[in-house]
Design a protein around this ligand. Structure first.
Ligand code: CTP
Length: 230
């Protein structure tokens, strides 16, 4: 029995792992309240971020998950932080960034918020209604500007409906990322789905297209690449 245990232990030690690494993952949409009963948000389900968090835990990482409002429950992680707005997400990431080795921004933050939040419900009239929106912070852009002693590896996602690779490359550069994961759109991909198809883009490297797979399997493949970067 002793031999069996020691041999399985040594083979395990050779396997890739995230032991001792702190992984910060954001997931889900954010919500920008228009009035007490209405908000601006998007179709993000949180599934990709949750799958990554689950896989990172499996690999032995210490995971902090910052999640927007989702209809599915988040996986068991070391630290769970719930947020609603993009500003709250930004503050949470800013607070955690100095403590992590890897940041994976799988969240889909709302890019705009109402310039003015009404305290009472907007009543309907026969007229058209215009909402004045102002931009929210671009979290990745702001984070990559912060001068921290130890910069974590920063990974973003990109959702594009046209010119995917070109737009994702632009985001990789502008947001100063170590890697961007381009979500392909279409049936069985991205929003709400349990499956996804992604292309991994890294600076000075050829894009790597992963095949359509479950979000769980894609997470394992992505973390494998992240471990190599680490
Ligand atoms: N992101 C961010 N802060 C925002 C919006 C997005 O940090 N206010 C992050 C997302 O978490 C994702 C990456 O930036 O990792 C790209 O998000 P995406 O929605 O594809 O792009 P945007 O930067 O919002 O640009 P656009 O909407 O013009 O495509």
């Amino acid at each position: 029995i002793k031999n069996h245990f020691s041999s399985s232990k040594s083979s395990k030690a050779k396997k890739k792992s995230l032991t001792g690494k702190k992984i910060l993952i954001t997931a889900g949409p954010t919500r920008e309240q228009i009035d007490p009963v209405r908000f601006i948000s998007n179709n993000s389900s949180g599934k990709m971020g949750f799958a990554l968090a689950e896989a990172a835990i499996e690999l032995g990482g210490e995971v902090t998950l910052v999640s927007g409002p989702t209809s599915i429950s988040p996986p068991k992680v070391n630290h769970l932080i719930s947020i609603q707005t993009t500003d709250e997400l930004y503050n949470a990431v800013k607070k955690q960034i100095t403590k992590c080795d890897v940041l994976i921004m799988a969240a889909a933050p709302a890019d705009f918020k109402p310039a003015e939040k009404k305290n009472n419900k907007i009543k309907k009239t026969d007229n058209t209604l215009s909402l004045n929106l102002e931009p929210t912070p671009d979290i990745l852009k702001e984070i990559s500007k912060l001068s921290t002693k130890k910069k974590p590896i920063i990974i973003g996602f990109a959702l594009e409906t046209e010119n995917g690779i070109a737009n994702a490359k632009k985001k990789l550069k502008e947001k100063n990322l170590d890697m961007i994961i381009l979500n392909q759109t279409g049936k069985g991909r991205a929003f709400e789905s349990d499956t996804n198809q992604v292309t991994v883009i890294r600076p000075k490297m050829r894009p790597l297209e992963l095949e359509l797979d479950s979000k769980a399997n894609i997470s394992v493949k992505l973390l494998d690449i992240i471990i190599d970067i680490l």
